[in-house]
Design a protein around this ligand. Sequence first.
Ligand code: CS2
Length: 504
Amino acid sequence: MSGNVNHKERLSRATLAQAPTSVTTPAYDPAQTRIGIVHIGVGAFHRAHQAAYVDNLLSEHPDWAICGVSLHSVEVRDALQPQDGLYSLLLLGQETQLRVIGSIRELLCAREQQADVLARLADPAVRLVTLTITEKGYCLSGDDLDVAHTDIAHDLASPNTPRSAIGYVTAGLRMRRQLGSAPFTVLSCDNLAGNGHRLRAAVLQYAQRIDAALATWIEAHVAFPCSMVDSITPASDDALRERVHAQLGYLDVWPIQRETYTQWVIENRFCNDRPPFERVGATMSDDIAGYDRAKLRLLNGAHSTLAYLGSLMNIETVVDAMSEPLLARFVERLMRDAIAPAIALPADMDADAYIDAILKRFRNPTIRHRLSQIAWDGSQKLPVRLLSTIADALALDLPIRTLCISIAAWMHFVRRQAHAGVALIDPLNEELSTVGRACKGGTAADVEAFLKLTAVFALLADDRRFTHALQDAYLALGDGTPASIARALAVANNASPTPLPSNG
Ligand code: CS2
């Protein structure tokens, strides 16, 4: 947008001082900070979440600025470099607040600046490497490194010129070992259960194949703490750019927006210095598994459910889905009656209060969070968000009917998109579209075809209690049209005495 806006009007260090007082600007001079963190995956979530925590730290701890690395795309670098790495973050709550974030000191695109990225990873001043590369970036198939993955196959053959995040992290650690310097801590900030364990497994298996002694060294010396990250971050759009331009008075080509609420729980296990994140609102904990489970299974499980059921009902956003009583009630019941009883939550967590807070966040009227954005990468998200809860519920002999409706909704969504000729944003798009196209709609054979997708259903495909419940749920959703989804939700909602949400 704003192609006609003069370049002089661009947000930058030079124009920062003229920002209106209503805008919060860095409490430090961004030119005086030093890089201590390399972050891989400088997408909206990193810029909404971790970079904002670091921004709050830099006035007292200026040596923890971030070098933001995109593996393939030049877009973020090219957008933010002319702005000296500065960008705006709009916080959406009862009151909105506009901040300018200055914590990203340097932006690199690994595909074009490989030597620079490797030099940063080798630099002893970098004591922490963080990642938001999404579920698929881990290149794992089950618990094993996917050696057939194009980027992993490439990196195994040429480990000094990697392409994958796993390849870069390992190359960095390899240089540290060769130079005799301390390793950096590797901190995953992705929505994955046990994200640090997953990352460690991928790096170790990869290192084992290129250099067994390196793998032993990593095992002994490198920490991969887990972390739980939470803040709803709708994609940026032209409306946001215009709003920010009007308030800031300068053009920011890539502002970010998120809800005011934010949470970051970090396992306190580092192998090098760490930023004092607890001073800026993060929780350092010895065991984050319970928080992790609560967030992924309740919030993200509910989100994915709304995404697929809501899309089938032709609803556009989370807040719109929550104002459809059938959906709002279904998702509340799902969390209270099906998910919470099946999972081990932190001892000090009040599940009902946590669920109330999630429902309130979903109803935030200032956020237009598109269901289509949440629907991305379903093949990667469902195992973490919903299928693992089904496995836990089965182990406890709890009912799984409601949970299976969420999975069945995804299947109908895949089928609908395939029949409409719309590609899915999903690494398994090809396989899913083939299965989706072959589906008749509403027949038991459809479910069997889906269950053959082992990357998604490996955990449960042989459990007859699950396959039967999934058949029932899929058939209950009829032909997946809005009317049949509404009918199925009405039936499902009446099957339990849970009262209607208060809508408060
Ligand atoms: C969402 C998440 O897009 C999605 O899949 O469920 O991005 C969600 O908004 C965040 O995890 C909230 O912390």
